[in-house]
Design a protein around this ligand. Sequence first.
Ligand SMILES: [Zn+2]
Length: 215
Amino acid sequence: MVAELDTSKRVRELAVMLRQAVIEEDGSIPAGDHVERLIAERVIALAHDLGVAQRTVLDRYMTPDQIRIWARTLVARQHEAEHLANDAPPVEVDQRDGLLVLAAFGVCGVLAMRNADRHQHVDPMVVIKDALDSTVHVSAPLYQANGQPVRIGGVTLVVGRKVISMTVQALSNGWWDCTCSAAHRADGGCALQDRLEHELAVLGGWINRSEHLPR
Ligand SMILES: [Zn+2]
């Protein structure tokens, strides 16, 4: 259904509007069909929530004003992420924990691949890309440190935490299929998520289980 909407003329027009609005708000947006998919997913989610046809959402709930408000929200989130990256104090990680963190990125990537079609709440493609980037950015200093602890900070730290926390959130909310064979606890957790949360703590991050990602 997403693929069908992706190619519709209206979605392409809205994508042009959203790109333009983001630039006007002093933000940036990556090239490619990412924006088309963003719009298609929002249309599907809104149609579902409001109980109306996707066509109706496209006609009535995607006005230039609404696109501008959406762009403002996207840019605010971008700036917040940059702010976080500048503010996050670096963490010191020893060799053993560093290797566990690398393994955690691998686990997150595998889980994202397994759930490649379930991108409504947490986009598996984003997790896969960030997991690969994080693996490169953490493994290089670990290798160069020659057994000594390394400091991880800035964007590497923020993105690394995001990879693990997005994955745990997707699993605990049941948005993604988990690879553990056990039944999940009442809070949605399981042993696999506990391990990921431990590795997240190594990077100075944590999961707020009462907080769900905005749709
Ligand atoms: Zn599980």
